[in-house]
Design a protein around this ligand. Structure first.
Ligand SMILES: Cc1cc2nc3c(=O)[nH]c(=O)nc-3n(C[C@H](O)[C@H](O)[C@H](O)COP(=O)(O)OP(=O)(O)OC[C@H]3O[C@@H](n4cnc5c(N)ncnc54)[C@H](O)[C@@H]3O)c2cc1C
Length: 323
């Protein structure tokens, strides 16, 4: 393991849109910064479903006012990958890819950062690690089978298959509609009483109508209780167990930030189920001096609260405070 001896002012963990925004802002302020990303550039977006389109228009996804030209009203994943790549390469951002930050400790006023490849020290650290790495699990027997996915990519995999989609938010609804349209037999199983209110306004009527006409089956107020190799058993709305034939389960029930990692750094949280990390809303500095939070990680379990549109401003707020 190598030791990085150059004096860094700032380490940014996470090379997602907000980590990149922080890098751009640090560069403008002449800070000696390094972005460390455990996967490819904008890893989360890289792993989004192949056919996804953003709900934001392209100018709302721009960082540092660098124009994002899209030929569609709502940009696609591929367009976003092109945009963030051009932003990173044209601005020669200092970023190490495929290097995971493993531990961080603090002594006096310096953080020691151990990664899968090197060791660094820095007086300031920004955590822009998002929440897309840790899915909310179902915690039912059979969840460990290979046929159960917590990420969805492409509908063609599911042609002519019996697929259960768990959840009723944007990701679940998009997957259900795409798979149905490629010939998969889709059953949605949802804990709540209806399709989520935050589902994109131009998609919601589509799924509701497919359910009404019976093209997609849906069980509301229902919960999976067991997954078997060729079946799924769930409790329906009157509490009766029902077993249906099944080839694949897509458990698209959301994701959560890495709370253990935040805790190991001494970050505290709100004392409720939202688990919102403690930070100063003007500077984005956490309760640990010199440790800043940026991007969607700030929302704790409220993962819908922050997104690119409204969290790109964190970069400027943090850099103003650091300098
Ligand atoms: C399907 C979908 C559609 C969306 N549409 C929109 C939209 O239209 N508009 C909008 O504003 N937002 C949208 N969002 C949300 C948006 O994508 C996220 O808000 C955005 O990616 C958050 O950026 P971020 O930089 O905070 O986190 P992320 O993009 O998640 O980046 C975090 C990065 O940190 C890296 N990382 C994590 N742990 C470590 C570690 N230990 N060491 C090194 N690196 C690490 C990860 O690999 C990742 O690249 C959407 C999300 C989804 C899932």
């Amino acid at each position: 393991m190598s030791t990085n001896t150059s004096a860094l002012d700032l380490i940014i963990i996470g090379g997602g849109p907000i980590g990149l925004a922080c890098g751009l802002e640090a560069k403008k302020k002449n800070l000696n910064y390094l972005i460390i990303e455990k996967g490819p550039l904008v890893n989360s977006i890289y792993n989004y479903p192949a056919n996804m389109t953003f709900f934001s228009t392209s100018e709302k996804l721009e960082i540092d006012d660098i124009p994002f030209i899209s030929k569609n009203a709502k940009p696609t994943k591929q367009e976003a990958l092109e945009y963030y790549r051009r932003v990173a390469t044209s601005n020669a951002l200092n970023i190490n890819l495929f290097e995971a930050v493993e531990t961080i400790s603090k002594q006096d006023d310096k953080f020691s950062i151990n990664t899968s490849k090197a060791y660094y020290t820095s007086p300031n650290v920004i955590l822009a690690t998002g929440f897309y790495d840790l899915p909310n699990t179902l915690d039912v027997p059979g969840e460990e089978f290979d046929k159960v996915f917590h990420y969805y990519n492409d509908p063609h995999y599911f042609v002519n298959q019996d697929v259960v989609v768990v959840g009723a938010s944007n990701s679940a609804v998009d997957a259900a509609l795409e798979i149905y349209r490629k010939g998969g037999r889709v059953t949605i199983i949802v804990r709540g009483a209806k399709i989520g209110d935050r589902v994109k306004y131009w998609v919601r009527p589509d799924v509701i109508n497919r359910i009404k006409e019976g093209s997609i089956k849906a069980f509301f107020n229902s919960e999976i209780i067991e997954i078997n190799p060729d079946a799924v058993t769930f409790k329906d709305e009157i509490g009766n167990p029902q077993t249906i034939k099944n080839d694949f389960v897509l458990a698209l029930t959301g994701y959560k930030p890495n709370f253990k990692f935040l805790e190991s750094l001494g970050v505290t949280f709100s004392d409720d189920e939202k688990k919102i990390p403690s930070y100063n809303e003007k500077t984005m500095e956490s309760n640990v001096k010199g440790l800043y939070l940026a991007g969607v990680i700030c929302g704790g379990m409220e993962t819908h609260k922050w997104f690119i549109e409204n969290s790109r401003v964190h970069a400027n707020m943090i850099m103003e405070n650091i300098i």
